[in-house]
Design a protein around this ligand. Structure first.
Ligand code: OGA
Ligand code: MN
Length: 204
């Protein structure tokens, strides 16, 4: 069963505890990333819905984003392994950081050329919702002029102009984990098709 290695778990936990953000390359078994990518690339375009049309909070974001999404099913054979791996991450986060995470949902996001997602947070403090966000990238041979970078702003920075930000390219197999309520972020316009699996852990 796919599960997180001790080394990757330590990287995610230390960085999350210190900075509210962790960026880890090759965090998952490569064959799992390949299986997710072959699943993603075979997905008919018509199966994707516009992001922001769907569950609860997402409606807030309708004008902010133009990616297209497909919610993933934990019982699907390929995504099952991903959910298994995520479950092992959840256990590590709960064991070490006492986050009390109990539920996870994720979607495949497709950003056709020209798509973006403006600066936002994935959750609002005090809301009964998302605590930790994950994003796994599935873009082979991504060049810097392909755009589509994820910009993560400093957790405590007051809006609108944050001091200090970090720009992360959406390269194949890279996993980003961050605190949903703390970290404002945005996706810069992608110059070519860009795929990611974005997910959220909730607490009670
Ligand atoms: C999101 C999000 C980032 C990305 O779906 O909320 O911020 O890089 N995605 O895909
Ligand atoms: Mn987001």
């Amino acid at each position: 069963m796919a599960r997180i290695s001790a080394e990757v778990a330590a990287q995610v936990i230390d960085s999350l505890a210190d900075h509210g953000v962790a960026v880890v390359d090759e965090a998952l078994p490569p064959e799992l990333v390949d299986a997710l990518w072959s699943r993603a690339r075979r997905q008919p375009i018509d199966d994707f819905a516009f992001g922001g049309v769907g569950r609860g909070n997402d409606r807030l974001h309708e004008s902010l984003r133009n990616d297209r999404i497909l919610w993933l099913d934990p019982d699907d054979a390929i995504t099952r392994s991903y959910f298994d791996w995520i479950e092992s991450l959840r256990n590590e986060l709960n064991r070490t950081l006492f986050l009390g995470l109990f539920e996870y949902e994720c979607h495949l996001a497709w950003y056709p050329a020209g798509s973006f997602y403006q600066r936002h947070r994935d959750a609002f403090r005090g809301g009964a919702s998302r605590r930790v966000s994950t994003v796994l990238y599935l873009n082979r041979a991504w060049a810097s002029d392909d755009g589509g970078a994820l910009v993560l702003y400093a957790p405590s920075a007051s809006e609108p102009d944050a001091q200090g930000s970090r720009t992360v390219a959406p390269i194949y197999g890279r996993l980003v984990v961050f605190l949903s309520e703390e970290v404002p972020h945005e996706v810069l316009p992608a110059q070519r098709s860009r795929y990611s699996i974005a997910g959220w852990f909730r607490s009670a």
